[in-house]
Design a protein around this ligand. Structure first.
Ligand code: AP5
Length: 215
């Protein structure tokens, strides 16, 4: 299964990608997670990316494409993968398409996750993330067992820099201008399905699995 999760910031792409990854035993490739890890490790790439991410802007196409191609080339991605947060621009989608074609493979599904826009700020402002293992929680909808502590690895949870209200606004604008055109792009390729991302995490996941197993 080769899957892309597309959608505005905070609609639940990362949460669902994690569930898909463990259910279908395919790697989750999240460009946001890869970039945040590079920032945490203070690699050259991380140092370059940090300011863009803190401002809610996109990191240069060639940087993220390089990161994704490296992961897609690993043996564990041979049977499939779920892409979270990539592609994010038409250029990224074109390059991904050409790379897949050169490998004689193709995307099976692009799921366009949608929630009512008035819930996006709540999801992002309530998000708490683990800087060590990248697990994601929410102070009300998916709280950790112990407040402020990651269930999976015990690290202290943080609020992402780009989840501040003013940055969320610029991320939404970037999404509308640069990423939303991918909805038409993948519709034209007949692989896009809209997924209602509103409701409990398990209900959304059940809807998602239904889509994947129907087609
Ligand atoms: P990235 O990390 O990809 O951010 P994003 O796309 O804005 O998505 P989010 O991670 O904010 O949200 P999500 O949809 O994954 O929601 P989540 O599951 O966490 O990118 C960050 C930055 O990196 C970008 O701004 C850019 O600078 C750079 N970048 C990344 N990729 C790039 C690319 N390809 N090109 C260039 N630059 C790139 O859920 C959100 C919250 O809601 C959580 O608290 C969660 O617990 C909760 N939640 C989830 N599902 C539910 C539910 N069903 N009900 C209630 N709460 C829920």
């Amino acid at each position: 299964m080769r899957l892309v999760l597309l959608g505005a910031p905070g609609v639940g792409k990362g949460t669902q990608a994690e569930l898909v990854s463990s259910q279908f035993k395919i790697p989750k490739i999240s460009t946001g997670d890869l970039l945040r890890e590079a920032v945490r490790q203070k690699t050259t790439l991380g140092i370059q990316a940090k300011d863009y991410m803190d401002r809610g802007e996109l990191v240069a196409d060639e940087v993220v494409i390089g990161l994704v191609q490296e992961k897609l080339s690993l043996p564990e991605a041979a049977k499939g993968f779920v892409l979270d947060g990539f592609p994010r621009t038409v250029t990224q989608a074109d390059i991904l398409g050409r790379w897949l074609e050169s490998e004689h493979i193709a995307l099976d599904h692009v799921l366009y996750v949608v929630i009512p826009s008035e819930h996006i700020v709540d999801r992002l402002s309530g998000r708490r993330s683990c800087p060590a293992c990248q697990s994601v929680f929410h102070i009300t909808s998916c709280p950790p067992k112990l407040e402020g502590i990651c269930d999976r690895c015990g690290a202290e949870l943080i609020q992402r820099n780009d989840d501040r209200r003013e940055t969320v606004e610029s991320r939404m604008l970037v999404y509308t201008n640069q990423t939303a055109p991918l909805i038409e792009y993948y519709k034209e390729k007949n692989i896009l399905t809209e997924l209602d991302g509103f409701g409990a995490v398990d209900s959304v996941h059940a809807r998602l699995v239904n889509v994947l197993t129907q087609v």
